[in-house]
Design a protein around this ligand. Sequence first.
Ligand code: ATP
Length: 255
Amino acid sequence: MRPLATGTDAGQIGSARDLVKVYGKDEAAVRALDGLSVDFARGELTAIMGPSGSGKSTLMHCMAGLDTPTSGRVVVDGEDVGRMKQRQLTRLRRTRLGFVFQAFNLIPTLTAEENITLPLDIARTDVDREWFDTVVDAVGLRDRLRHRPSELSGGQQQRVACARALVSKPSVVFADEPTGNLDSRSSGEVLGFLRRSVDELAQSVVMVTHDPTAASYAHRVLFLADGRLVGELERPTPESVLDALRDLGTGAVTR
Ligand SMILES: Nc1ncnc2c1ncn2[C@@H]1O[C@H](COP(=O)(O)OP(=O)(O)OP(=O)(O)O)[C@@H](O)[C@H]1O
């Protein structure tokens, strides 16, 4: 077994070791994660792919402290998530993690700007205007800040959600199917931004996706099957991701 990464390893933003998650009991038990170990690199965009039910969302939820593993360890930004009390977890999520979901989850009555700064307002933290401007310019929303979500396209709404995830300068952003509701052009805008947030703003992003084109924006793609890590690709292209998925379909391992 590999040693557990800790916060002293600057190369990793998160690690899981021997992660098991069982939902339900007895005959109804589902082993969503089956002894999975993985490291997520700091300063990279990592994509997680795999068939439906392979454990992608469960892994992400366990990493983010939104779900509790049955056994195994999770370290995020140097913190042993399994040892944290609920209040500490809430604080970790609020101050050091960012989230982007398939549904944009914007507040319809607030403007784009108010939606972006909402997490800071809730945490009663001052907005770092310089960083806010950097993020807003990076997502290309400067001229849309006073608009409400209903006045924005799907891609623009998801870019607001991305800016909201980044405005608190999180250690890592977890994105679960961020382009699942978007057409290909809007997807490209959002993915381009997520990648730029890593390359130009030094953020770290972990993204679950079904889409090989979306995965090709990542530095690295991890493949799950049956709750296990079964392969990975560096510098993916849509073609190499498709090939890997085909290999996985036949049981081959791409590592
Ligand atoms: N709350 C739950 N209760 C019971 N079973 C669950 C629960 N959440 C997930 N599962 C099961 O765990 C397994 C893994 O689910 P998970 O959502 O992590 O897969 P996924 O790879 O994200 O799937 P998809 O691509 O369809 O979103 C599935 O068999 C699922 O039915």
